[in-house]
Design a protein. Structure first.
Length: 141
């Protein structure tokens, strides 16, 4: 049996309980007609607003949560991947008079070990374990 067989639209003139944006709560919607094999036009019983009701196919193995997780980049995870990439062995003590290159490790007295992610003439972007900061460098040169 194909998955498609599980996708059934409610029959025309029946009521389905759906979230109505206009009412701001769940309302019975009357099925007016089927617009496609997987969608129908429905009307809110209370406010009469119309919307499209869709039967969505459950994707095999597709979980929304995993997708969302990937896009969340925390300071800790950024730091961890930079640590793997650059390493902390050669971390240079931070001093605003020194010039630092991107993709190098620095050691800050207060913030600990950080990785330079970008550098301009006198500013560096540094990823620390719990924060991302802009620091002064190459100062007075
Ligand atoms: Zn409504």
């Amino acid at each position: 049996m194909a998955n498609d067989d599980l996708l059934k639209l409610p029959a025309v003139a029946t009521n389905v309980l759906l979230d109505c944006k206009k009412c701001g709560s769940e309302r019975y919607h009357k099925v007016l007609f089927h617009s496609t094999p997987s969608s129908a036009k429905v009307e809110c019983e209370v406010c009469k607003s119309k919307k499209t009701y869709k039967v969505t196919k459950p994707k095999a193995g597709g979980k929304k949560a995993t997708k969302r997780k990937k896009s969340v980049v925390t300071d800790a995870s950024m730091w961890k991947s930079l640590e793997e990439e650059i390493g902390t062995k050669d971390a240079a003590p931070y001093n605003m008079r020194e010039a630092f290159e991107p993709s190098t490790a620095i050691e800050h007295k207060k913030f600990g070990v950080g990785f330079v992610t970008a550098a301009t003439t006198n500013r560096i972007e540094v990823q620390f374990q719990d924060s991302h900061r802009t620091l002064v460098h190459n100062h007075g040169n």
